[in-house]
Design a protein around this ligand. Sequence first.
Ligand SMILES: [Fe+2]
Length: 193
Amino acid sequence: MTELRIMPQDGSSVLACTRDPQDIGERLAAVGVRYERFAARRRFGADTEPPAVIDAYRDVVQPLVDEYGYRRVDAVRLVPRADDPLWLEQVRQAGETFRAEHWHAEEEIRLVVEGRCCFYLHIGDRVHVLVCEAGDLVSVPQGVRHWFDMGAVPELCVIRLFRDEHGWRGAFTGEPLPDRFPRLDELGVQNAH
Ligand SMILES: [Fe+2]
């Protein structure tokens, strides 16, 4: 289930909440964020590697590459291994990095093709909390402060499109905002799949 909550930057209340994709798209477009749905019906085995996922979604990815002139496409795929302490510690450390507020020098596109995750987009004095599921396309515009939560036991695959051929590069703000907001696991939004 995709859900958008709009909250003040102090995290004290919910100003608006919607699960209607068109409404989500319009509210995000109003702050310069692209959001749309795409068909995410492909199913992959536990051992499927990211390049195979990207190949399977070439029909979705290539038009975006052509439209935006992206130079790099990668995919982050996490298949849950809840009984593997080493894996849990590795994803916890990676999750803490992404859960710190940061911004990028370029607009990036994310295609959620499996699982769920949450983007927190800090725009003006508000935070747009977007819980994503498979089939969600969302842009993170250049310079927009944000953070990302994939939950304590992540299950997700996200295709990422970059103009920077080096891939993910973030500038951290050091702001304590993320601590004022519910984590993905606390938002109570269930996966529809
Ligand atoms: Fe980011």
